[in-house]
Design a protein around this ligand. Structure first.
Ligand code: NAD
Ligand code: MN
Length: 508
């Protein structure tokens, strides 16, 4: 892993970077016909960083046409699997070589702390890309038990042209989660980054071509959701869209598919994830550490954030005391200063939205025990890590995904009440359970309706385990693991008649 730089070194790097601002189609940066642009903002200062090309139908059509051309002529889709592996590994080397530059680009646009980008986001993105690259020449197809007169092969083939619609909360990592399995399987991709965070996807597309990826295989169309994202969703020549973002917009993609060509849709959407602490939880100091990490990591801008703490009345006061103690380690400030674990909220609108939820918590009668407002002074969008106690199930902060550093504490009595509270949500992405009793741990893990349940820790599993949601947290597939590979492929049956005519004759 590359070592951290100092704040001054990161600032110097920020000042010297060339910011990528154009769409990337058919292996090169390209101008947008209309000349339209939109501003990308540094949320740590509120200043405009750059103007990004706003792609319309013309650019989306061109990117899809180039992706289709590449797919059909086989320059990548039918390249030898070991070639695909080598190229993706070469991309990882280039990402590593440019890690500090990518980390600064990511931090400038998103407000994410450089410490996290350097130590979590980029290492995990590399691990993901390498893992999927290695699958390219290691996954075997199947031969069905169809008897001696036929050879029935069940094979996986790349699905074709894949649209990847990305969120702003983990721009590099979510890009890796999608292009890793999509490219390893031989697809062509058209990536649409979130409008808040376009630059690292553009830079990684450049690096991919430097690594030898053929042109047309990895295109990036920058632009706003209702324009560029919608054009991808409705495009008649896109075979699949993989989307991460809000449940509301995820549902739009189901409509787009129905209105166009029945493209495959895979959605990874919101969460209102419970952290369940039972009365027999061991070592509340450690539990507090996990609770704080689970809710405040990435400023709470995380679909797997445990934003509901469901805690047994017997241990609540002791746990809250330890949580308040642990929060002191979480310094908020300049994202380019590696002493800070928390940075800025991604945009003015998200900042206003989170402050609106904090106001709702206050007016609906929850008890504020930490934080509760903006951090003034920098011109940027910083919010204090905030905790509300006395939250009841009907309150807005108990129900809605906040996507900010706000914890709602819900007090329960006993196991059954805890599980019922955990499942009292339209979402079902992740959950954590803390208990010393293995029987209760397992019963809770089975009873909670969520795609990932962690026991005595907070987490999302790792690259080897599928990630995605039950209920309105997800649709149609899973990221990570071999299951991610499956979702970017079609199953084909090839049935070969090998019956022996002479043998048939002799039977007659
Ligand atoms: P969003 O769902 O609007 O955006 C996600 C992606 O969809 C972006 O690339 C965006 O450009 C695109 N998009 C937006 N509107 C579109 C449309 N009409 N047609 C096609 N594409 C469209 O998310 P947001 O507005 O940035 O954030 C709002 C809320 O969504 C957040 O507060 C949070 O609750 C949730 N969210 C969840 C995740 C997640 O990881 N699950 C990520 C981002 C946001
Ligand atoms: Mn939106």
């Amino acid at each position: 892993m590359s070592s951290l730089l100092t704040r001054e070194e990161y600032q110097a790097l920020a000042g010297s970077l060339t910011l990528p601002t154009g769409a990337f189609i058919d292996g090169r940066a390209c101008a947008v016909a209309s000349g339209d642009t939109f501003d990308t903002i540094n949320p740590a200062s509120g200043a405009v960083l750059a103007r990004i090309a706003s792609c319309g139908d013309a650019e989306v059509d061109l990117a899809v046409a180039k992706a289709r051309e590449a797919f059909e002529d086989g320059r990548w889709s039918r390249a030898h699997p070991s070639e695909r592996k080598k190229t993706l590994i070469a991309l990882c080397k280039l990402i590593r070589r440019n890690q500090h530059e990518l980390a600064v680009l990511e931090s400038l646009e998103s407000g994410k702390p450089i410490l996290e980008i350097e130590t979590v986001d980029i290492p995990e993105a590399l691990h993901c890309l390498e893992w999927h690259a290695e699958t390219a020449d290691k996954i075997y197809d199947q031969v069905a038990p169809a008897g001696d007169d036929a050879v029935a092969m069940v094979v996986r083939e790349p699905i074709g042209v894949v649209g990847c619609v990305l969120p702003w909360n983990f721009p590099i990592l979510m890009l890796a989660w999608k292009i890793g399995p999509a490219l390893a399987a031989g697809n062509s991709v058209v990536v649409k980054p979130a409008e808040e965070t376009s630059m690292t996807a553009l830079r990684i597309a450049e690096l991919a071509h430097e690594a030898g990826l053929p042109r047309g295989v990895f295109n990036v169309v920058t632009g706003e959701g209702p324009v560029t994202g919608k054009a991808l969703g409705l495009h008649p020549d896109i075979d699949m869209v993989s989307f991460t973002g809000s449940t509301e917009i995820g549902c739009r993609f189901l409509e787009y598919a129905a209105q166009s060509n029945m493209k495959r849709i895979v959605l990874e959407c919101g969460g209102k994830n419970p952290c369940v602490v039972l009365d027999d939880a061991e070592n509340l100091d450690i539990v507090a550490q996990h609770v704080v990490q689970a809710v405040f990591w990435n400023m709470g801008e995380n679909c797997s954030s445990n934003s509901r703490l469901i805690v047994d009345a017997k241990v609540k006061d002791a746990l809250i005391e330890r949580i308040l103690h642990r929060m002191r380690d979480w310094r908020t400030g300049d994202p380019l200063d590696p002493v800070n674990k928390l940075g800025a909220i991604v945009s003015k609108s998200q900042f206003d939205r989170v402050l609106g939820f904090i106001e709702a918590g206050k007016t609906e009668g929850a008890t504020l025990v930490a934080g509760g407002g903006a951090i003034e002074g920098s011109g940027g969008y910083f919010i204090e890590p905030t905790i509300f106690d006395g939250v009841t199930p009907g309150m807005t902060i108990a129900r809605d995904e906040i996507f900010g550093p706000v914890l709602a504490v819900i007090t329960v009595n006993g196991f059954e009440e805890a599980i019922a509270a955990a499942n009292d949500t339209k979402y079902g992405l992740t959950a954590s359970v803390f208990t010393a009793n293995v029987r209760r741990a397992h019963r809770a893990a089975r009873a909670i309706r969520a795609g990932t349940v962690t026991v005595n820790c907070f987490g999302e599993g790792d690259i080897t385990t599928p990630f995605g949601g039950f209920k309105q947290s997800g649709f149609g597939g899973r990221d990570n693991s071999i299951h991610a590979h499956d979702q970017y492929t079609e199953l084909k049956t090839i049935w070969l008649d090998v019956s022996d005519a002479d043998v048939e004759d002799s039977i007659d």
